[in-house]
Ligand binder design. Structure first.
Ligand code: DAH
Length: 355
């Protein structure tokens, strides 16, 4: 081979380097290409041998040509290495940033209000609009407020109607929200409009329709000329607004020692629409609102003059109303701690702060 063909060989090596470097896809592959192009057994070895056989005056130029080619190949490989490394970094970044809009979203558990609380808040809103205050009373109540002040003396048979939890300290777990009637009379006097949602307790055997812990809402309105017509109108408004439809009422006489006259307001069963089902015991009606005109003895216990003032009171079965509204057929579901049957009552609004 003469010197010219050695120059051609150098050019060919540079071209080969350029095309092989362009084809490699990893730094590791690139290192293998580098050692085959520039390493010990590379074609440059043969070219250096050729250098020794040249006449001394040609050696300088040829040596420079060899070194120049080597340097250019080295630079080319380094450039390719840098390009490969930055491409790898970009791929990693892209993977981290990747967003796949077709993937299902993360499920966040959404809290919801207990059905009884939801109905309670709804009722509070209705009554606050009508100028009622919201009151609370103690769950551990004195015999006086739970019974005597409500015209239920110790020997009165009505005490047997209310299976009472008696406490060692002589108090009771209140069997109804009615004791707060007299507490509110003491606090505000007359005229008076107040609503008392609260938890009540009875010594009951639990089954699908009985609980030892349940909720009522007591209502009390005292003014100059309150009549039973006001009471019935309010009952109709209350039940229709809570059920979000016009409900039918049935009015029967009822007996409660703290009202005279006492009445029972029934609502057409919202579960079967009045046709008859286990919830309404196949009658088409449910007892929902026992009520009446406040007994003069109760007004007196509240230090209000029964000659000057009249009033009505009601004791809404809040638990039963919530069951009707949300189609819950078994009362035990409400206190059982299994959230699944309860989520239907989700409400996004907050409670009215107790006064
Ligand atoms: N306190 C009664 C009960 O729990 C319900 C009741 C009836 C309340 C008539 C009233 C009323 O205010 O007027 O059985």
């Amino acid at each position: 081979m003469n010197t010219n063909s050695h120059h051609e060989e150098l050019q060919r090596l540079e071209q080969e380097a350029s095309s092989r470097a362009g084809a490699v896809q990893s730094a590791e592959e690139l290192r293998r290409v580098e050692s085959s192009l520039l390493g010990k057994d590379s074609p440059f070895g043969g070219l250096l041998k050729h250098l020794k056989s040249l006449p001394p005056e040609q050696r300088g130029a040829f040596g420079q040509a060899v070194n120049g080619a080597k340097a250019r190949i080295k630079a080319l490989l380094e450039e390719r290495l840098a390009a490969l490394e930055s491409a790898a970094a970009r791929t990693e970044d892209d993977a981290a940033r990747a967003f796949d809009p077709t993937l299902p979203g993360a499920q966040r558990p959404l809290g919801s209000v207990h059905p009884v609380t939801a109905v309670q808040w709804e009722i509070e809103r209705i009554f606050v609009r009508l100028g009622f205050t919201i009151e609370a009373g103690p769950e551990m109540e004195s015999e006086h407020y739970n019974f005597e002040a409500l015209n239920i003396p110790a020997d009165h048979p009505a005490r047997d109607m209310q299976d009472t939890f008696w406490l060692k300290n002589g108090k009771v777990l209140r069997t109804h929200t009615s004791p707060v009637q007299v507490r509110a009379m003491h606090k505000f006097g007359a005229p008076l409009r107040t609503l008392v949602p609260g938890r009540c307790f009875r010594y009951e055997t639990i089954d699908a329709s009985h609980e030892n812990t349940f909720h009522q809402v007591e209502g009390l309105m005292i003014d100059r000329d309150i009549s039973i017509a006001n009471l019935i109108a309010l009952a109709k408004l209350l039940l229709s607004e809570v059920m979000h439809r016009e409900v039918e009422l049935r009015i029967r006489p009822g007996y409660f020692p703290f009202v005279e006259p006492g009445i029972e307001i029934d609502m057409n069963c919202q579960i079967c629409g009045g046709k008859g089902c286990p919830t309404c015991k196949h009658s088409g009606w449910v007892e929902i609102l026992p009520c009446g005109m406040v007994h003069p003895n109760v007004l007196r216990a509240g230090r209000i003059d029964p000659e000057a003032w009249t009033g009505f009171a009601f004791g809404l079965g809040l638990t039963r109303l919530a069951m009707m509204k949300y189609g819950i057929r078994d009362i035990r579901v409400l206190n059982a701690g299994d959230l699944r049957p309860l989520v239907g009552a989700r409400r996004l609004t907050g409670p009215i702060i107790k006064g």
